[in-house]
Ligand binder design. Structure first.
Ligand SMILES: O=C(O)[C@@H](CO)OP(=O)(O)O
Length: 247
């Protein structure tokens, strides 16, 4: 049997301010740091260990991984940073407050922008300073590969190749994998792994800083997934994420 642990970054400054974040590179809050440290302590206490780690190129996920690994005394592990694990690009919503948008456009519209499979938020203008086309970390990409907005379907289209090209080969080599990523890049991966329908993926929310375990058979077919630690607390935290789009 193969096992994998996924973790969404701890609370970020824009999670706290309830702002659409996407590819904006915001920091963790002190709460986010302590969530990451608690996750590391929990993994260590339960006897988990890893051989290789994957994260996005956004500091909230990278720092979360650092704090988890530091608690596990594993900061020396190899870490692959891949832009394809980034949060879903939130287009012209990046920086705006979710509750304000719900007041202005209605909760149903915000739910569509946040959780629908194939409706992207309004796109950023290519010259908008909130965009990433001049950000050096994406210099190896062609400009049109750097999104101006994304729906979850677009995120699936980059996360799944990352999964197949880099993470699956590591697991097939017998390496124990830890992935630190984002609410919607994790939703994209879960949709792919568990074959969740386009309609049902709307109801899936990922809490900050709680390790999510996947078990696979020898052919890497998923058997089950569960949160480590207090299951009721994880469920309550996921429900709180869903409510962030309320007016
Ligand atoms: O703003 C974002 O980038 C994401 C994650 O914080 O938010 P949401 O849960 O609304 O998809």
């Amino acid at each position: 049997m193969h096992k994998l642990v996924l973790i969404r970054h701890g609370e970020s400054t824009w999670n706290l301010e309830n702002r659409f974040t996407g590819w904006t590179d915001v920091d963790l809050t002190p709460t986010g740091v302590s969530q990451a440290m608690s996750a590391g302590r929990l993994l260590k206490a339960e006897g988990w260990d890893f051989d290789i780690c994957f994260t996005s190129v956004l500091k909230r996920a990278i720092h979360t991984l650092w704090y988890v690994l530091d608690e596990m005394d594993r900061i020396w592990l190899p870490v692959i940073k891949d832009w394809r694990l980034n949060e879903r690009h939130y287009g012209a919503l990046q920086g705006l407050n979710k509750a304000d948008m719900a007041k202005q456009y209605g909760e149903q519209q915000v739910l569509i922008w946040r959780r629908s499979y194939d409706t992207p938020p309004p796109a950023l203008d290519p010259d908008d300073p909130r965009g990433q086309r001049h950000d050096r970390r994406y210099a190896a990409l062609a400009p049109e590969q750097i999104p101006l907005t994304e729906c979850l379907k677009d995120t699936v289209a980059r996360v799944v190749p990352c999964w197949n090209d880099t993470i699956v080969p590591a697991m097939r080599r017998g390496q124990r994998v830890l992935i630190s990523a984002h609410g919607n890049s994790i939703r994209a991966l879960i949709k792919h792994l568990d074959g969740i329908s386009d309609a049902n993926i709307v109801n899936l929310n990922i809490p900050n800083g709680i390790p999510l375990v996947y078990e696979f058979d020898d052919e890497l077919r998923p058997l089950r997934r569960y949160y480590l630690g207090d299951a009721a607390a994880a469920e309550a935290a996921a429900a709180a994420v869903a409510r962030q789009g309320k007016a």
